[in-house]
Design a protein around this ligand. Structure first.
Ligand code: ADP
Ligand code: MG
Length: 369
């Protein structure tokens, strides 16, 4: 252990942070987290897992039941929101429609009693910084979605925060705009060099944006890592399922997770008995044991996992891929599985609904329970 090595500076550190509302299980349950300075961090998880509560505690919009919040090593747990060095950007940007871009950005300075000339100068400078100086007099309704987002960003930055907090900022936008806006957020975060903490329930959004993803479930942190790490090595069955793109399958020796583009499919031999599809219900527990990579081994073990029979239940074209839905006969009964086939492969040998097939995978691609 390198106990003497100093840890990289954290913008935000959560220490045994807990939030209990009036009754029931804690909304946030004793979590510990270090968010690196200048990083884009996404808090990801299903609805109700405690993401917004965590963010609101960091912002100072929610009291802490126990634990501490440090910002650049300063304990901010009991400071008022305005004294913390954080700023919040809300869903759909929440700009005041009747105010110009300039007055929207200057608003919090006005509340603080800063004189008009001074607050307008600061707001104008910030609008220049996000390439919006020439549109300072426009009202939100006269701006495009991208321009509104930049105004919202300038408005959040006027308090000179060290950390920008974003709660589902893109979720009310249409899909096309959402993808544009997230690219802008990512670009501005890098350009400004600030720490962003962005809450989302969308794994696609988190993977597109994050340096570090924090996956939460029922008030707990299940895994922290880069999008690549989490997608390729989900630590738990919950994450494999939540991230999508994985099949969780019971084998004779336990549960495994296999990415749906790593599943191999072949036509069943004509003599192979048809597999039953009745009685679905082999769904796994969401709080199952952690997944781990199989022990490195050579030779025959690569083929140790044999194929299972399955029946095609769904064929979906997705452009470059075809997504096949199947009912596989596994150790615990029929299990829904999906397989992603490159379009060209599917074109060579199309599969039809109701067709019997064999599915297999290389041991190297299977994460074992
Ligand atoms: P998320 O943002 O991940 O969807 P939240 O942090 O909003 O989740 O909520 C976590 C849990 O805390 C949920 O069970 C929710 O119902 C509960 N909760 C959130 N806010 C309050 C509140 N003000 N009072 C009581 N319970 C709340
Ligand atoms: Mg929320």
């Amino acid at each position: 252990m390198d106990a003497a090595l100093p840890l990289a500076p954290a913008a935000v550190e959560l220490v045994s942070l807990t939030k209990r509302y009036a009754q029931g299980a804690p909304a946030v349950d004793n979590i510990n987290l270090r968010i690196a300075s200048g990083s884009y961090c996404c808090l990801l998880g299903p609805s109700g897992c405690g993401k917004s509560t965590t963010l609101r505690m960091i912002a100072g919009h929610e009291t802490v039941s126990s634990g501490d919040i440090l910002l650049e090593n300063r304990n901010i747990t009991s400071l008022p929101a305005a004294a913390r060095g954080t700023a919040m950007m809300f869903q759909s940007f929440a700009l005041f429609p009747h105010l110009s871009a300039l007055d929207n950005v200057a608003f919090s300075l006005k509340m603080k009693g800063v004189a008009k000339a001074s607050r307008h100068k600061q707001a104008q400078d910030l609008l220049e910084r996000v390439a919006m100086g020439h549109l300072a007099q426009r009202k939100p309704g006269e701006l495009s979605g991208g321009q509104q987002q930049r105004v919202a960003l300038a408005r959040a930055l006027i308090t000179q925060p060290r950390v920008l907090l974003l709660d589902e900022p893109l979720s009310a936008l249409d899909p096309f705009l959402r993808i544009q806006m997230r690219a802008e957020l990512r670009r501005w975060q890098k350009e400004l060099g600030l720490t962003f903490i962005h809450v989302t329930h969308s794994q696609e959004e988190a993977m597109a944006l994050a340096d570090t993803m924090v996956v939460m479930n029922q008030g707990l942190i299940e895994q922290v890592g880069s999008p690549h790490e989490i997608y390729n090595a989900p630590a738990t069955e919950f994450i494999a399922r939540f991230m999508g793109g994985h099949n969780v399958i019971s084998t004779g020796s336990g549960k495994i997770a296999v990415r749906n583009d790593h599943m191999l499919i072949a036509p069943a031999e004509p003599s192979a008995p048809a597999t039953g599809i009745a009685g679905m219900g082999a769904a796994g527990r969401s709080d199952g044991p952690p997944l781990a990579r199989p022990a490195p081994s050579g030779g025959s073990d690569v083929h140790a996992v044999t194929s299972v029979g399955a029946i095609v239940t769904d064929v979906e074209y997705q452009g470059t891929y075809v997504l096949l839905g199947l009912d596989a006969s596994t150790a615990t009964g029929p299990t829904g599985v999906s397989v992603m086939l490159p379009e060209a492969k599917f074109a060579q040998r199309p599969y039809a609904m109701g067709e019997s097939v064999h599915l297999s995978w290389h041991a190297a691609h299977a994460l074992r329970a």
